[in-house]
Design a protein around this ligand. Structure first.
Ligand code: ZN
Length: 202
């Protein structure tokens, strides 16, 4: 871009601050703003208090297909899908809103400091679906919508909540409660019809 207006620069800086605060990686920021790499690294250090992590982004679909990540990725994507279906433009601002909804919905399982699904992975997931590398598939048992590889044959998918892998601890009460809540979020898009979602899509 040859010339950027002051307002545009300001807006991009605001966006970068939000993304960094939520754990966004530099490569993602470079792709979503026109700010220079140096400026982004400086911002990152100021906000996170440490230099940004080096190395490639997690460009693999297999992570999304493992048990717990799949449930979290599906909750996030359901929120994103809901917002876009209700008139929000696809893109980074909506990814941010969906991610905030995801964080809200997933507070119940925040036994660790970090959410299972990081913002950068959420962003990559949206790209994967846009590029038809991954898709949402409907579970033939609970009718919830889950992330799967693209071109998964219709009516052949059973989600990991209906058919958990044997190593998942099914007797754990909190896990069960979490599963039930996940199920609600995934099977009824209207569950997101909270005042928050309404506010966001208004
Ligand atoms: Zn299911």
């Amino acid at each position: 871009m040859t010339s950027t207006s002051i307002i545009q620069k300001y807006e991009e800086t605001q966006l970068a601050i939000k993304l960094i605060s939520l754990g966004g990686r530099i490569q993602m920021l470079e792709s979503e703003t026109n700010l220079s790499r140096n400026k982004l690294i400086k911002l990152y250090k100021e906000i996170q208090g440490c230099p940004p992590p080096k190395g490639l982004l997690p460009f693999s679909t297999s992570w999304f297909m493992t048990w717990e990540p799949n449930i979290h990725a599906s909750i996030f994507y359901n929120a994103y899908y809901y917002l876009v279906k209700n008139g929000l433009k696809s893109g980074i601002q909506t990814i941010l809103k969906a991610y905030q909804l995801y964080l809200e919905q997933c507070q119940f399982s925040s036994h660790k400091d970090k959410p299972v699904l990081g913002l950068t992975r959420a962003w990559i997931l949206v790209k994967f679906v846009e590029k038809k590398i991954m898709q949402q598939s409907c579970c033939n048992a609970c009718r919830g919508r889950f992330i799967t590889h693209a071109y998964h044959p219709q009516n052949t998918f059973t989600c990991s909540l209906c058919q958990p892998p044997s190593r998942a601890d099914k007797n754990n009460k909190t896990q069960k409660e979490n599963d039930e809540k996940c199920m609600k979020v995934l099977s009824k898009p209207s569950y997101l019809n909270s005042s928050v979602a309404k506010q966001i899509t208004a």
